[in-house]
Ligand binder design. Structure first.
Ligand SMILES: *Cc1c(COP(=O)(O)O)cnc(C)c1O
Length: 387
């Protein structure tokens, strides 16, 4: 995509597909399996090894994974699930799909991660789960979240790690930090399968329940049935078609091999940005704790708009005009009309998230970026601040 000055457009995120990926998909396309086949289980096993979990269930998207996780917890009308507002709406929507009520806890002003003290304040006897979102690729403060839930063993901690595949918290991989962890393989995420998602967990019962849920609630899968030479199956609860195809899983495995190198590249680019912005007082990157390995799904800066004398929209437009693919992650979920109308959320209920939303911007970060691309973004951001 080019603008009128012929400057190539730099998106905020982009997939990386090589010949190995194409070969992997092409091999499956000429095999007997298009949908559920041997590559599904192979990808699940590879993800278990990578994320340090016992069980994994591949599904058709990160959103389906969140929905399946909420179903595995048997979230139903009357149940509350605490979520942060600074996330993609799918995190909260998954609770609504089950008829449950998402309750919004505010975020820490420096990291924009869910604030454990706000979680404590939002706990009620109806709370059934907390979904922690590892926003931007920075793991949440899991020790504090677990401390807050210490006296509430009935409340399950779920990680929406769609931003954080490969991140670590105190040397522990994301995937080992919560009861269930959700990943997405959408093209802007760390690895892609086109569309796709996964739940990893150490809980065998929940993994089985998710595998049933992704296949209409059918209790014996097609291959088992084939082995038994039987036409018989049972639906003992309502499910969906949330299956992932065999060629998508082959692509996922091929991508996963390259992930460690990509994470290093993402960290190198983020370090370049950090160094550059450390000299610009009106621009601050999000806070990064020392005891984590950041997965840098996105790179977010906060502007001191008073000092700059412009609003975020002006900066956004100037950067877009320079072919820099900036974005805003996210409009706080509770501010969406659907949530205000149907879930009865109110503007003002998460003041820290709402204030941060006015001044954040996501700038390009993906492994295929060159050093010159990074410098171009830095210069464009600096220039966009001039009045
Ligand atoms: C991408 C994303 C999702 C949804 O994943 P899809 O695969 O697009 O359905 C959910 N939560 C967060 C935080 C995400 O970034």
């Amino acid at each position: 995509m080019k603008n009128k000055n012929d400057t190539p457009f730099l998106p905020y995120g982009k997939q990386f597909i090589d010949d190995g990926d194409i070969q992997a998909v092409s091999d499956v396309l000429s095999s007997d399996w298009l949908t559920t086949g041997p590559n599904v289980e192979a990808f699940e096993n590879a993800m278990c090894r990578f994320a340090g979990a016992e069980y994994a269930a591949a599904v058709s998207s990160g959103t389906a994974a969140l929905h399946a996780a909420m179903n595995a917890l048997d979230i139903r009308p009357g149940d509350e699930v605490i979520v942060p507002p600074i996330t993609f709406a799918a995190t909260a929507n998954a609770v609504v799909y089950q008829g449950g009520t998402p309750v919004f806890a505010d975020v820490d002003p420096h990291s924009l991660l869910i604030d454990p003290l706000s979680v404590r304040a939002k706990l009620t006897p109806k709370t059934r789960a907390v979904i922690a979102v590892d926003y931007a690729g920075h793991p949440c403060d899991y020790d504090s979240l677990k401390a807050v839930l210490e006296k509430r063993k009935d409340v399950v901690l779920v990680a929406d790690a769609c931003h954080a595949l490969g991140a670590e918290y105190k040397k522990n991989r994301v995937g080992t930090l919560a009861d269930m962890t959700i990943f997405s393989f959408h093209p802007v995420k760390h690895i892609t399968t086109g569309e796709g998602g996964m739940v990893v967990t150490d809980d065998r019962y929940k993994a089985e329940k998710i595998k049933k849920f992704r296949n209409h609630g059918i209790s014996v899968d097609h291959h088992q049935r084939e082995n038994m030479g039987s036409w018989y199956y049972e639906i003992d609860e309502l499910g969906f078609n949330y299956r992932m195809t065999d060629f998508q899983c082959a692509l996922g495995m091929s991508q996963l091999e390259k992930l460690p190198g990509w994470l290093e590249k993402r960290n190198r680019i983020a370090n370049q940005y950090d160094r550059f912005f450390s000299d610009i007082p009106a621009v601050s990157p999000l806070k990064k704790n020392k005891d984590i390995y950041h997965a840098y799904h996105i790179y977010v800066v906060k502007f001191d708009l008073v000092q700059i004398g412009k609003n975020r929209q002006q900066i956004f437009t100037e950067l877009k005009n320079r072919s820099i693919g900036v974005n805003v992650h996210y409009i706080p979920v509770h501010m969406h009309p659907f949530y205000q109308k149907k879930i009865n959320t109110k503007i003002g209920m998460c003041p820290t998230a709402e204030a941060a939303y006015q001044k954040i911007l996501t700038i390009p970060l993906f492994p295929g970026m060159t050093k010159a691309d990074v410098q171009r973004v830095c210069k464009a951001v600096r220039n966009s601040l001039k009045v």
